[in-house]
Design a protein around this ligand. Structure first.
Ligand code: ADP
Length: 401
């Protein structure tokens, strides 16, 4: 039984999912949270319903990895480190260099490092995870899976910004997008649910989590996406503004006596979006709970819904039609109400929703009626599974050679 572990190392956390890869069964999953702080939290779920939870100091990522592997042994999830034959690492920025997932070599590490200026918080954290695992599992096949790779197929007219062309040529300023692993996963599941070849479908994937992005997927390839050079653009998010007028920043810097651009951008990243408009919370559940009594909460929902409706309209036009719309991630998977609000406004496209199915949760669902001109699907995302599958593919290729 081949085991593969998928790793998502953030600046202060490390999430993992361990798979028995042939059956794609999840053997264990968990998180090391608040790494480097006074007290960290370790949570592991395993063997269907067992849980391990402890608060202790985890000083850095290297220690987290050591502790994690030790726990996998102690909890009898594995018997020996050598059972883990593959390790897949999520890497946020792959620039134009990485168009696919790749086996991690020292050259790949250098390149990921050189791309850190595109994701100054994330890429260094991802590298910490990579190095820590290399040390403890030197013989496992290590693979980097990039959030941006899927979007490398976008045609130039969709990734170039209307700014001096030299900015792209000399500094790599362009749309890179994000959530690529999620969009790629749900598109694949959608094709199999619709029983049609992915290569013949026009899909719009709505990844609606705290970070949110919309992706137009034409013939199985990313065609356009709402996130840009950074994850700040596109639709309104939990705390990020989405698309806005950047010239407003110099105006506000004067008004608020801000002294640097990063200070102003901080407000767009952390104090805007659902939180900024509602003043209530960045969490959609809190905002929905206040929608009847608080006008700003209602407004935040209206803006969120409008942004999504707008992108779906735009991407349908860009692709010359759409066969299926997919909802995924926290809000997309769980909120019947937000889905209804969006889909009711898309009735002009001939979309009909089966509200009974739309009320369900926690599984792959086709929520449009038989008469609907466009199929609507709810698909829980599984980025870790996609990462583990990529590792498996590369491991199998190596075996052949
Ligand atoms: P991320 O992975 O980007 O941190 P998630 O995909 O977990 O985010 O999504 C988080 C969002 O999902 C939060 O805004 C949360 O309120 C929302 N969410 C989760 N469950 C529900 C629900 N039942 N109804 C509405 N929103 C929900």
């Amino acid at each position: 039984m081949t085991k593969v572990i998928a790793i998502n190392a953030g600046s202060s956390s490390l999430k993992f999912k361990l798979f028995e890869i042939d059956s794609e069964k999840v053997l264990a999953e968990g998180i090391f949270d608040r790494i480097g702080l006074e007290m960290s939290k370790i949570k592991i779920e395993y063997q269907t319903n067992k849980k391990f939870e402890v608060d202790e100091k985890v000083k850095d990522h290297a220690y987290a990895v050591k502790r994690l592997l030790g726990l996998l042994l102690d909890l009898k999830i594995i018997r020996d480190f050598s059972e883990i034959e593959g390790v897949g690492h999520r890497v946020v920025a792959g620039g134009e260099v990485f168009k696919h997932s790749v086996e991690i070599t020292s050259k790949v590490i250098r390149k990921i490092n050189s791309l850190a200026e595109y994701a100054p918080i994330h890429n260094p954290a991802n590298l910490m995870g990579i190095k820590a695992f290399k040390k403890v599992l030197p013989f496992a096949t290590a693979v980097a899976v990039f959030d941006t790779s899927f979007h490398q197929t976008m045609p130039k007219e969709n990734f170039i910004f209307s700014v001096p062309y030299e900015w792209y040529q000399e500094y790599g300023v362009r749309r890179y997008g994000a959530h690529g692993t999620s969009h790629r996963y749900v598109a694949k599941v959608a094709a199999s649910m619709l029983d049609r070849p992915l290569e013949k479908l026009k899909l719009i994937s709505c990844h609606l989590g705290a970070g949110a992005s919309i992706c137009a997927i034409k013939n199985g390839l990313s065609f356009d996406t709402s996130m840009g050079f950074t994850p700040l653009t596109g639709i309104t998010m939990a705390t990020r503004s989405g698309d806005t007028d950047v010239a407003m920043l110099s105006f506000m810097m004067q008004k608020l006596d801000m002294h640097s651009m990063p200070e102003a951008i901080y407000d767009l990243n952390k104090r805007s979006g659902l939180l900024g408009i509602s003043g209530v919370s960045s969490d959609m559940r809190d905002i929905l709970a206040k929608r009847e009594t608080n006008l700003r909460a209602k407004l935040a929902i209206d803006v969120f819904v409008k942004d999504i409706v707008k992108y779906i309209g735009a991407y349908t036009a860009e692709m010359g039609g759409v066969d299926g719309i997919i909802f995924t991630a926290g809000i997309g998977e769980n909120s019947t109400e937000i889905r209804s609000k969006i889909l009711n406004r898309l009735a002009y496209m001939g979309i009909e929703v089966d509200e009974k199915k739309n009320a369900l949760r926690g599984q792959n669902l086709l929520i449009s009626t038989d008469n609907s001109k466009v199929q609507v699907l709810v698909i829980p995302t599984d980025e870790e599974l996609m990462i583990a599958r990529d590792v498996n593919k590369i491991m199998k290729k190596k075996l052949k050679h």
